[in-house]
Design a protein around this ligand. Sequence first.
Ligand code: ADP
Length: 304
Amino acid sequence: MLEITGLVKVYPGPVAALQGIDLDVPPGMFGLLGPNGAGKSTLMRVLAGLLEPTSGRVTLDGIDVLDKPDWLRERLGYLPQDFGFYAHLSGRDMLLHLLRLKGVQAPGGLNGLADELLERVNLTFAAKRPVKSYSGGMRQRLGIAQAIAGDPRLLIVDEPTAGLDPEERLRFYHLLAQLAEQRLVLLSTHIVEDVAVLCPRFAVIRGGRLLARTTPRAAREAVAGLIFEGVVSPGELPELRATRQVTQELLVEGRHLVRLYEPSGAAPMGFQAVTPTLEDAYLVLMRAGALPGLETSAAAEVRP
Ligand code: ADP
C-alpha cells in the first residue's frame, strides 16, 4: 500500500503544483487522471524520490520513503514522461547502459538480465537495431524494460501512452496489465480510455487537488440517467453550449452529435438518455468539480 498524506509542492514562482494530496493506493493498477498542468508529473516525481516536496508524507508498506530514498530506489521502477535515449545505440546497449546507471545487480550478469527483460517486453526481435529506428511503442517498451529491472514492488509510469498509435497502445495496455498482477502500478494519464481499459480504481486530479477517488463503474453510475444525446444542426450549437452542460460534441458521419449533462434528469427536447461512458463522467467532474452521485464516497476522499 502506498499512502500519501498532505502532500504539497510549491515551485519557485511560486506555483502551487500540489495543494495537499491525500491518497491511499492499493496494490494492482491505479490510475491518476487529470488534464495537462494538473500536477500529475509533479506527484509522480515526488513519489519516485526525484523531487523534494514542500511538505507531506509518503509511505510504502508503512516505510517513510521520503526519509529513506535508498530503500525506495530498490523497490521502485519509474518510466518518466520524457524518456531520453541515445538514438544511435542499439536497444540492447541502451538497456545495458540504463541498467548500469541504475546500479542493478544480476547474479548471472547484466547481459543475461538485459536479454530476459527484452524478452518480457517483446523486443528481442529488435534488440540489435538502433533505438532511432524504434516506433513510439517500442521505445516505451524499452523504457518499461529498464523500469522493471530488479522486480520493483512499485512501478510508476507517467503518461506512457501519449503519442502511441491504437495498435501500439493496445499492446502496451496488455504489458501494463500483466505487470500490475504482481505489484502496485501507478499510471498517470490525461487519456480517459487508459483508465477505462486498465484501472479498477483511479483518482482525478486538477489544479493540484484531488477531485475524486473512485472506480470507473461508480463514476459512470454517478451520472446514470443524467447524460443525454441528440443530433443538432451546427446553428444550434452556440445556444446549446451557452445554456446546457455539454460534455461532448462529436461528428458522426458528418452529423453533429451532442452529449450533455442534465442534473435534473429531464430530457431536453430532441434528446434521449444514453448509457454514460467514463468520458462523460470525467467531463462532468471537470466542469462541476464533483460527481453528484459520488458525494458521500468522493467527499470523504476530497480534502479542501
Ligand atoms: P501535469 O503532469 O499534470 O501536466 P505538472 O506536474 O507537469 O502537471 O505541472 C503542474 C503545474 O506545475 C503546472 O502549472 C506547471 O506549469 C507547473 N510546473 C511544473 N514543473 C515546474 C517547474 N519546474 N517550475 C515551475 N513550475 C512548474
